[in-house]
Design a protein around this ligand. Structure first.
Ligand SMILES: *Cc1c(COP(=O)(O)O)cnc(C)c1O
Length: 424
């Protein structure tokens, strides 16, 4: 066993495919104090010492992960409820803090989901396993966009349902599959905002198909909840949708800044999850102090501060998109905006996920290294996580960034593009 694993690990090293963790010494914020890997010393740069990096990696889109009011709420939650739940929800771990959080989440989604209830989870991965295994019985077919999050695929695989994948946004292909479906129940499953491309699912069209074919739509709003729509209600609010056929899953460790996740849906669905979802039943309830903190986070998200943070984030997104080719053109030796982009391009999206497609894996790694040498931390995402030939820098913006941070990023990208030979 050990020899076998060691060979496989060596193979990954040889292909520059070994993933490594880096240790952050400071709270989640744009300015990070980062140490190299501590898990076997396979840092790409062996000389790397702890250093200050300006990070564009986190999903803390509103900059709440280190918010003083939430730190205070966590301390208050710990004083009120202790730090551990002690048991699963169905034994004795379901505290008043969890119950109130679920009420708040249901209230927040109520414009979009009739007779809504919400169920809280320790992580989004668990929520998706719970949801798809509980609804995906032998009499159900599950249809997933090929770019959905891994947890949705794992949930579909673990479910007893027949699972199908349709090409990204391929509504016509999905329609053909739905028309051919022979099971009494059908689930269409989609990310709301796709995590590696930042584009939005065509939820109104998916819902129209669901109505035509008597299907249900599961929307994983991990990257939309808190950011999109009125009061940060997410992608359903962005599109102004309301239907009992919608099932909304959201995560609370991204824009909400804390951790955990929820499923919000018609109360009959939630009742069924509580009875039957193994990934809900057989796991210890998340710390009640976390649920208490999340209630404070939702108040921030829905209030004036949330509006300000969303507006600032929108301005940063505009500055990045508006400045990208111009930054290249203005850099020393720039030859004009159009020529300057040299095949590197931002995907067509206005969300906080702004991937810069650079092409090959080696090129993406070189680009990330060029940014790091300038003090910036932007992750390179390579196949198999993304399709071959579309390796990218996955830039994420946060309301915690300043306009100056985005200017620094643009200038560093221009240098990286030149170093990598993306410029004519
Ligand atoms: C992050 C993410 C998840 C998993 O949520 P966790 O709380 O991190 O486990 C699920 N779906 C999508 C689309 C995500 O981006």
């Amino acid at each position: 066993m050990l020899n076998h694993l060691a060979r496989q690990l060596a193979e990954r090293d040889a292909q520059a495919m070994r993933r490594r963790r880096r240790v952050t010494e400071t709270a989640c914020a744009p300015q990070q104090h980062v140490s190299p890997s501590d898990d076997g010393g396979h840092a790409t740069d062996p000389a790397a010492a702890p250093r200050e990096l300006l990070a564009f990696c986190s999903n803390d889109y509103l900059g709440l992960a280190n918010h003083p009011a939430l730190i205070e709420a966590w301390a208050e939650g710990a004083r009120l409820y202790g730090v551990g739940s002690g048991a699963s929800h169905l034994i004795s771990g379901h505290s008043r803090a969890h119950a109130l959080l679920e009420d708040d989440l249901a209230d927040m989604l109520s414009p979009h989901l009739p007779e809504v209830r919400a169920l809280s989870f320790g992580t989004g991965y668990l929520a998706n396993l719970a949801l798809l295994t509980a609804l995906g019985d032998e009499q159900t077919s599950i249809y997933s966009d090929v770019l959905n999050h891994a947890s949705l695929f794992d949930g579909a695989r673990l479910a007893k349902a027949a699972a199908y994948t349709y090409p990204h946004h391929d509504l016509a292909g999905l329609e053909r599959r739905l028309a051919a479906c022979r099971t009494p129940r059908k689930l269409i499953v989609t990310d709301g905002v796709f995590s590696m491309d930042g584009d939005l699912a065509r939820v109104p069209e998916l819902l129209a198909l669901a109505e035509r074919f008597d299907a249900w739509v599961v929307v994983d709003d991990a990257h939309g909840f808190g950011v999109l729509g009125e009061q940060g209600r997410g992608v359903l609010s962005h599109f102004g949708l309301r239907s009992e056929r919608l099932i909304c899953m959201g995560t609370l460790g991204k824009a909400a800044g804390v951790g955990g996740a929820f499923v919000a849906a018609h109360r009959t669905i939630i009742d069924w999850l509580v009875q039957s979802a193994r990934a809900y039943i057989y796991t210890t309830a998340a710390p009640p102090a976390m649920a208490h903190t999340l209630r404070a986070s939702l108040r921030l998200i829905r209030g004036a501060e949330g509006d300000q943070r969303r507006q600032h984030l929108g301005e940063l997104i505009g500055a990045l998109r508006g400045g990208w080719p111009a930054a290249l053109a203005a850099s020393p030796g720039g030859t004009g905006a159009a020529a300057a982009t040299g095949g590197w391009h931002l995907t067509d999206t206005r969300t906080a996920i702004q991937p810069l497609i650079v092409g090959g894996s080696a090129e993406a790694l070189a680009a990330a290294a060029a940014l790091e040498s300038q003090g910036l931390w932007v992750p390179a995402i390579r196949p198999p996580t993304v399709p071959a030939g579309s390796a990218r820098l996955r830039i994420t913006l946060s309301a915690a960034h300043s306009a100056g941070d985005v200017e620094r990023l643009l200038a560093a990208l221009a240098v990286a593009a030149r170093t990598a030979g993306a410029l004519a």
